[in-house]
Design a protein around this ligand. Structure first.
Ligand SMILES: *Cc1c(COP(=O)(O)O)cnc(C)c1O
Length: 386
């Protein structure tokens, strides 16, 4: 990576921020009695639930585990169809595959780059059981409308909010709306536990089911047995070990306290990019509709030059050579070999494919300085001029 930097330091598209108090929080748990399922898990779950105004939060070992457990707790299985937007990370669709369900890819809206409601309505059949909405780049989907569609057809609503902790729609935080909302704490996301995730949910029953599935399908953990004075446990269903340890939760809790500050910084960076690109030829940016506040995990731009794919490829290498860590999020999921082999054809979601051909994610993380940001903008401008 360093070898690519020819002018100044390398600017990554995103990265974690670990401060002294984060380190101290982890060390303090390491020196305590609980390394894995202890009081810090509960504290992290409670504070995270409060942050997104959700009734319940269940900490798990990754964002992918969060999606898998949501699919299980929603009772999805073979024969069921699950609608997933094409423009997302593969994990959003894989969750349905883990439980043997069929993925039906919805196209995205050409302005918001989020799941297209007309596409969703057209794809609903007798077999549809769930809709997975993805808050791409941090911008919330139209959740009230998706709720309406889901209720009319008795579907489960799963939200992949890996990009969106702190995002709101009509002042309601994501995490409090869908039946299951999944978050990721991978280092490149808003807050990190190294690996980790969270599911927030709306009912006690769903939270209990998620907790059971997180721990082998055993309803009570050993502390509950201890306090009841019994050694007995009963595995009632097939669960997993998807626990998030106390050590990781200590890091997550410490990072969570910084979210308001970091979110404000991400929004400021997004505003500066928006200003820089408004009116710049051959560049489109994501439209965030009135009433919605993005959490800005990514700042993707769409290059709209006549041959977008070629212009994007040129811009990508130009910026990498200039030490700017641009990336592409994402190739439509069904264009991956695994999904191609399942029979999904090219051309399935034309908007997602057209957007993808010009996509480029620019550096977006709270540690990005204004000087670095200006360098990103001028380098992209120069790259597009050719
Ligand atoms: C990061 C991410 C995930 C998976 O999260 P992990 O914690 O890496 O398992 C799922 N969906 C989206 C959209 C993501 O960006």
């Amino acid at each position: 990576r360093d070898g690519l930097a020819v002018s100044g330091e390398f600017i990554p598209y995103g990265r974690q921020i670990i401060e002294d108090d984060d380190v101290a929080a982890v060390v303090s748990v390491l020196r305590g009695d609980w390394l894995t399922t202890g009081p810090t898990v509960v504290a992290f779950e409670e504070e995270f639930a409060a942050f997104v105004e959700a009734p319940h939060a269940v900490a798990v070992s990754s964002g992918t585990a969060a999606l898998h457990l949501s699919a299980l707790a929603a009772d999805l299985g073979p024969g069921d169809e699950v609608i997933v937007p094409a423009l997302t990370f593969v994990a959003s669709a894989n969750a349905a595959r883990y439980v043997g369900a069929t993925v039906v890819f919805a196209d995205v809206d050409p302005r918001t780059w989020l799941i297209d409601l007309d596409s969703v309505r057209e794809l609903i059949t007798d077999r549809t059981k769930a809709i997975v909405g993805v808050d791409y780049a941090g911008a919330p989907c139209d959740w009230p409308a998706l709720r309406g569609i889901a209720d009319a057809h008795e579907l489960v609503l799963i939200e992949d909010a890996a990009h969106a902790p702190g995002a709101t729609i009509n002042s309601r935080p994501v995490g409090s709306i869908a039946d299951f909302t999944c978050f990721s704490f991978h280092p490149v996301k808003h807050l990190t536990t190294a690996e980790g995730g969270m599911v927030t949910t709306t009912t006690v029953e769903r939270a209990a089911r998620l907790r059971s599935l997180r721990g082998h399908g055993i309803a009570n953990d050993f502390r509950a047995r201890e306090s009841a004075g019994t050694w007995e446990y009963d595995q009632r269903e097939l669960g997993y070990n998807y626990r998030l340890p106390d050590t990781a939760c200590a890091l997550g809790l410490s990072q969570l306290h910084k979210q308001p500050r970091w979110l404000a910084r991400r929004r400021e960076i997004a505003r500066r990019y928006d200003q820089a690109f408004s009116g710049m030829p051959h560049i489109e940016t994501q439209v965030v509709p009135e009433g919605r506040e993005s959490a800005w995990h990514l700042y993707p731009v769409r290059i709209t030059a006549p041959d977008a794919a070629e212009a994007r490829a040129r811009a990508f290498s130009h910026m990498r050579e200039a030490g700017i860590g641009v990336n592409v999020h994402y190739r439509p999921v069904y264009l991956n070999s695994y999904y191609r082999d399942l029979g999904y054809p090219e051309g399935l979601c034309p908007e997602a494919e057209a957007i993808y051909s010009g996509l480029l994610s620019l550096p977006m993380w709270p540690g990005l300085t204004e000087t670095q940001q200006d360098r990103v903008v001028s380098t992209l401008e120069a790259a597009l001029r050719g």
